[in-house]
Structure formats: C-alpha cells, structure tokens
Design a protein around this ligand. Structure first.
Ligand SMILES: *Cc1c(COP(=O)(O)O)cnc(C)c1O
Ligand SMILES: [Zn+2]
Length: 464
C-alpha cells in the first residue's frame, strides 16, 4: 500500500466530545469534535475532511427492516426524513457477464431510488442532521442528481432548498425534478467545481446548510450501498464479491464504500481479505482521480477544463479524494478512464439486459470491460458494477444512444409492409408472442415510463 497522510484507522478511544457514542474526527490532523454542537463541514484546525466515528460498530446480525434505515445500527440516528430509499435491486446480467468474461457479474442499480439516484441515501441522513442542528435552508452545488435529491428530501422535511447548477450542463430530468420539488435553482455561468466553491462560501457565511458530499453525514447514508451489496451478493452467491466497480465524480461513494468496509472489518463482520477491490471509473475528459492513482499522488490536481457526455461525473476537483484514494489503494483496486464512446456502448449493453441507466452509470461497465480487456481484471473474478442513476434522468442522452422512431402511415397494412421489410424475424417472433399476456409492470413503473416516453416523444419530434 502506498503511504498516505490521511488517518483513516478506526481506533477504540472514545473522545470526550462524543455524543451518544458518535463524534467527528479530522482525517488529516486527528482532532475530534462533537457531532451536532455546531455546524462544521471540515476541521476547525486544519480544514481537513471530517469523518463520522462510532463507539460501537455493528455486525450483520444487528440489522433489521429494509432500505437505508435497516442499517441504523451503523448510522448516527434511528430514523430520518425518508421516502423511503435504498433496498435497490442487484441485477443478474447473464449475457453481459458472458460477454465481459468474468465469473459473476451483478449490477447494483441505484437508479431505483425514489428520485432515481443513490444521492437519496445520503440525503435521508443529511436532512435528518439538518433538523438536528436546527437549520431551515439547505443548499448544494450539483451536476443534477444531488439537486433532485436535495429538493425532494428538503420538501419532505419542510425546508427551503437552494441549488447551484452549471448552466447548460445538467440533464433535463434532473432540473425538472429540482424544479417541481420546489428548489430555488441558480444556474451559474461556470462548471460544477466553481458552483461548489460558491456554495461552500455561502455555507461558511452561515447562509445555508451544505449538503454536498463534503458533508460527512451524507457519506454515512451512502455507505449503506456497501452493506446492501455485501448482504445481497452473499445471499445470492455464498461469498462476497471480489471487486466493486463504480463511476467517480466527487469520489463520495468511493470514500463511503471504503468506510463501510473499514467498519465491517473493525466490527469483525468480515476479514480484511473479504474486502472487495474498489475500482473507480472516470470519463477521459474528467479524470483527475485516475491521474492521481497512476502518479501515486496523495491528492488530485484540479482539472480546470472538463468535458464528457456523462454530465453527472463532469468534475475536475473531487473533494473526497483524500478519503477515496487510500481506499482504492488499500483494497487493491485501481482507477481507469473510459471514452464517451465506450460509455455509450455500455449504456446500450445494460439497456439490452433491461437495465436502463444514465451515461455516468454506464461508465462502471465500460471501465470493467476495459480492465478485463487489458488483463487488469481476471476472468475468475466476481464483480459488482454500481449503476448510479436512472435512464430517465437524461432522456436526451438515451434518445441519442437508442433507436430512431420511424414515421409510418396511419394504416395497418402499410405498417405491416414496413415492419416485415428488413426485420422479418423480429416481426415474426413478436407476432408469436402477441397472444400471450406480458407480466404487468407496477403502477409507479408505468407512470414513470409513461412520463418518460411522452417526454422522449416530444423531444424527438422537436428535433425534426
Ligand atoms: C453523483 C453521481 C456520481 C458521482 O458520485 P461521487 O460519489 O461524487 O463520486 C456518479 N453517477 C451519478 C449518476 C451521480 O449522480
Ligand atoms: Zn484537522
């Protein structure tokens, strides 16, 4: 393991500042703080990142119920502002598994959370903390999904929400959500990293409570992704996965998963060699984490210019890098950059298995493919790819990656001629199935699907 300045070791000493067995520790200088006595996002002394620490860490048999709050024994509160979130599917993808060439491949689809991304897991805890410290205005900078989650959870908790977005670089579905859930949306003429600089200023001046992943409590909610993966993969497969591959933006999830595994090891729930290799994927146009891993650096160097169609990870200054880089290294993982073309191909691959994801999410599968091709990932490995957001988040990207609708006359025979022409085998098999009744999808799925389709239809028409 490459040495690191960050102090991420979990110790047994409970500091006097602990409140009910919970406190904050600076990962740079080791200073400890009471968790809720004041609002702070970084260390008072050295401005280092803070981490939530606990006097008692649970093992798997202490969890009960469903969703994020199933894991409340590993969280600072019994319950939070909930919609509810978590309990997302761990899909089998047999064709993709074969094609990629690994022993087992599962897809943890975080797009199935209430607002369509994993950000909900962080917000259910973060908004609960906001209540605890007594604030009424919440704020974030966002590439889109954080703003949708903040708007929904803020609305649920009866709080005012303010979101700063990079103008012109946020997918349509995400803005629509933030807007309808009542957030005040400020579009900044700048990129995400600049939005985050400003919202940190606002938070430092006491104007709003910051709910970006710099806030250590957000990561507590997000570490439940790791707990769910470990429990469901083990139930399905009889062992833990060798590797978890995930897209990296601000590296909050990477940091949260590493914390999850450090806590499980410390609690004695798993051994050190059962910890999955954390493997981060970035887009080639925004890859400061990959650069830091390749150069053996302790922190990332900010990229001022970033570009990728995976707008959710269009980030040049990953704030959680000091927590995430040691995690990638200590678990024996790696980081890899993929092209937008590879991301689109992976988005189609997943869609072909019925799993609809936004571009950033598909980066995980694109990265796994690349590492497998390069021999970095062995064919004997069992792998979980994290897909972070739903297809409908970015309808424009989906429509561009998918098939074009064909204009046809309003006439059955003419339509039959057209569909028999060129694609007759598909036509026949569809006709053979026609008598059978398909499994009925759930009502929310129908409503979401219907809304999405209507939206896509309008978009496609307006393109012509
Ligand atoms: C926020 C987000 C990411 C990046 O996650 P980090 O924890 O910031 O690394 C990736 N994909 C999607 C869809 C997201 O919304
Ligand atoms: Zn410090």
């Amino acid at each position: 393991m490459v040495p690191t300045m960050a102090d991420l070791e979990l110790t047994d000493d409970v500091p006097p500042e602990a409140d009910d067995g919970v406190w904050l520790t600076c990962i740079e200088c080791g200073e400890t703080f009471a968790p809720f006595d004041a609002i702070r996002y970084t260390c008072d002394d050295c401005d280092g990142l803070l981490e939530v620490r606990y006097a008692d860490l649970p093992t798997f048999d202490e969890f009960e119920g469903r969703g994020v709050w199933r894991y409340n024994a590993a969280l600072p509160f019994e319950e939070g502002v909930t919609l509810p979130e978590g309990d997302t599917p761990l899909h089998r993808v047999p064709r993709l598994e074969d094609d990629v060439g690994v022993d087992a491949l599962r897809v943890k689809h975080e797009g199935m959370n209430p607002t369509g991304s994993f950000k909900d897991r962080g917000m259910t805890v973060g908004v609960r903390v906001a209540q605890e410290v007594g604030v009424d205005r919440l704020a974030c900078a966002s590439t889109g999904n954080t703003s949708a989650a903040l708007a929904a959870y803020g609305a649920r908790g009866g709080m005012e929400t303010l979101v700063l977005l990079p103008a012109g670089k946020v997918a349509a579905g995400k803005i629509a959500q933030a807007s309808l859930h009542g957030a005040r949306i400020l579009e900044v003429d700048g990129n995400f990293d600049q939005c985050l600089d400003i919202v940190q200023d606002l938070a430092a001046r006491g104007e709003a409570y910051l709910l970006n992943s710099l806030n250590p409590f957000r990561l507590e909610g997000q570490k439940t992704i790791g707990l769910e993966i470990m429990e469901s993969f083990h139930a399905d497969h009889g062992e833990y996965p060798d590797r978890i591959v995930l897209p990296v933006g601000n590296a909050g999830n990477t940091a949260a998963l590493y914390k999850c595994f450090r806590e499980l090891v410390k609690a004695g729930a798993i051994t050190e060699d059962q910890v999955p290799k954390l493997t981060g994927v970035q887009a080639e146009g925004a890859a400061p984490m990959v650069e830091a891993i390749e150069e053996g650096a302790e922190d990332t160097t900010r990229w001022d210019e970033v570009e990728t169609r995976a707008t959710a990870i269009r980030i040049g200054n990953p704030v959680n890098a000091p927590k995430a880089l040691p995690g990638i290294r200590a678990t024996g993982g790696t980081a890899v950059a993929v092209s937008d073309k590879e991301i689109t191909a992976a988005q189609r691959d997943l869609a072909g298995e019925g799993v609809g994801v936004e571009p950033a999410s598909a980066a995980s599968v694109a990265g796994l493919r690349k590492l497998r091709r390069e021999g970095e990932v062995d064919g004997s490995e069992s792998v979980v790819c994290l897909t972070t957001g739903h297809l409908l988040k970015d309808p424009d990207a989906a429509a561009e990656a998918g098939a074009e609708p064909e204009p046809v006359p309003n006439d059955t025979d003419a339509i039959l001629d057209i569909i028999d022409d060129g694609s007759s085998s598909v036509g026949k098999s569809v006709r053979r199935q026609a008598g059978k009744v398909a499994d009925s999808p759930s009502l929310p799925a129908l409503v979401a699907g219907g809304l999405g389709l209507a939206y896509l239809y309008r978009k496609l028409r307006s393109k012509r």
